[in-house]
Design a protein. Sequence first.
Length: 191
Amino acid sequence: MRTIKFLTAIALAALMAGCAPSLHPLYTVKDVVFDRSLVGVWVSDDGDGHKDTWTLTKSGGNGYSMVSADDGEPARFEATLLRLNGQLYMDILPAEAPVDNDLYRSVLIRAHTFAKISLEDDVLSMALMDPESLKRLTEGKSSILPQAKLEDGGVLITASTKELQEFVSKHSDDGTLFGEMERFQRARADQ
C-alpha cells in the first residue's frame, strides 16, 4: 500500500509542473471542434536557444495526437480542440503510459490540462491555465471550483465539466486564469 501511495504522489507531483491538472475534461461532445489547419509541426523559440516543438496529427474522429518535444524527452498526448463562448481551448491529456507494468499503470492518474489558444495563419498562440492564478482565484473558496490540495502545495481540480466550463468562461478574458501566450510558428517543410 505504501508503494501505491508513493507512486501516486510521484505521478501527481509530475503533473503539477507548470499546469493545473483536472480529473475531468473541459469539453462535452457538443463543444468539440476540429480544425485541419492545426495539423502540422509548430515551433516556439525563446531566442535563448530553448525550443518547444508540438507535432499535431489527426487522431480518431475529431481529436489530435500531439508530441511535445522540448529540451527533454518527447512526450505523447491526446488533444481535443473545443470552443466555449467563441474562444478556442485545447484539452490536453497524457497518452497511455508505454510501460508494461500493471502496478505502475494502475497508480498513474491521467489528468487533463487546459490551454487557451488562437490560430492565425501560421501562428499558434497558446497559454496554459496558470496554477498560481488558480490558487489566488479560489483560495479559501473551494466551493467556487472543487479541488483537492496536494501535499506539495499544488491543487488537483476535481470539478465537473460543467463547473469547469462556468469557471473558465468567467475568468478566461480577465487575464487572471491563463498565463502569457506563447507563440508557435508553423514549421516549413525545409526546416
